[in-house]
Ligand binder design. Structure first.
Ligand SMILES: Nc1nc2c(ncn2[C@@H]2O[C@H](COP(=O)(O)OP(=O)(O)OP(=O)(O)O)[C@@H](O)[C@H]2O)c(=O)[nH]1
Ligand SMILES: [Mg+2]
Ligand SMILES: [Zn+2]
Length: 310
């Protein structure tokens, strides 16, 4: 039997197949094989399982993973990789038009991470009902910038009827995650997208809500729209660990086609002479806003502190 892992407690896995949900354990060999990760099977994994007579199952094989979000494990397992969710179809960076206002530096850091991990990314501009003249110029500039780079951009509002329609179209299939700072409306969006699901919201909420209904286990929530959303507190803490300064510009997708035109093959597009990227920034072909993000991330990468953070 083949299915997708919806929930993991570390010893039990809830797997959804065409036959319904089955509680599974895993074969010991998975534990041994996953030397670099703390968890051999994670939510979002496609697995093959055998059915036991009592209706439970045993996962015997994990199918190929397209991508994964992970973070460094803490404590006893420090340094190991802790995988949060696999096979993500879209990582949505959630921002709000006002209160708090959009943070392009945050967007760019998450986009770099998404490129690094081969995770398709999109941007949600929430609180569209708060759009006014002052916000419009800036917000529309960035909406067009990111859409122009090929990232999906949707506007939402949880305060007006039908305000999440465009987003819901995307949620009809696949595995989705929401990544965003506090106060942009992630919980509010989930409340609209999954009506009557108060119990599920706590897990993705901030620390002030902890202890209410917070799930301690990673979980994929089945959406009424058809797709899944990864509900995991761990999404707060992931970061980039091994991006070398010379490698960073590969993850600024619009830089890829020009990098070979710099004089030095290992150009970091910073102080080097005859840098094609710098030339194109100066002539407004490449956005100065993205280049400033690039330089900030470059200096963080040089000091080994390139984290996505909150
Ligand atoms: N005007 C307006 N306010 C909104 C909208 N969506 C959410 N809010 C408000 O924004 C505030 C923060 O919303 P939350 O859903 O708690 O934000 P969050 O992203 O879950 O924040 P954390 O849990 O702290 O990470 C609340 O007061 C919401 O009522 C929207 O579309 N328009
Ligand atoms: Mg919340
Ligand atoms: Zn260069």
């Amino acid at each position: 039997m083949e299915g997708i892992v919806l929930r993991s407690t570390g010893s039990w896995y809830e797997v959804l197949s065409s036959e319904g949900k089955v509680s599974c354990t895993i074969r010991g060999k998975f534990r041994l094989a996953a030397e670099d990760a703390t968890n051999p099977i994670v939510i979002g994994d496609q697995v093959i399982y055998d059915l036991n007579e009592d209706g439970s199952g045993v996962i015997v094989e994990r199918l190929h993973r397209n991508n994964k979000l992970s973070r460094r494990a803490a404590g006893r397992r420090q340094g190991k990789e802790h995988i949060i969710v696999a096979n993500i179809d879209k990582a949505w960076i959630v921002q709000s038009i006002r209160n708090p206002r959009i943070n392009p530096g945050f967007i760019d850091r998450v986009l770099v991470m998404a490129e690094y991990l081969h995770v398709p990314a999109g941007i949600i501009f929430n609180k569209a009902d708060l759009m006014d003249e002052a916000a419009e110029e800036v917000v529309m500039f960035f909406a067009e910038l990111y859409a122009g780079l090929g990232y999906e951009v949707v506007f939402t509002s949880t305060k007006v009827e039908g305000g999440t329609k465009d987003l819901e179209t995307w949620l009809a299939s696949g595995i989705h995650v929401f990544i965003g700072p506090s106060g942009v409306g992630k919980s509010s969006l989930l409340n609209v997208i999954i009506p009557n699901s108060d119990l599920k919201i706590g897990a993705i909420s901030d620390s002030t809500q902890k202890g209410k209904h917070t799930t301690t286990y990673a979980e994929l929530i089945q959406l009424p729209q058809g797709g899944f959303i990864g509900d995991t507190p761990g999404l707060r803490e992931f970061g980039l660990y091994s991006v070398e300064p010379e490698e960073l510009s590969h993850y600024f997708i619009e830089y890829r086609e020009y990098m070979s035109e710099c004089r030095f093959p290992n150009c970091t597009h910073d102080h080097e002479p005859n840098c094609r990227i710098k030339e194109l920034v100066e002539s407004d072909v490449l956005a100065i806003e993205r280049y400033e993000s690039y330089l900030n991330m470059l200096s963080a990468a040089k000091s080994g502190k390139l984290d996505v953070g909150r």
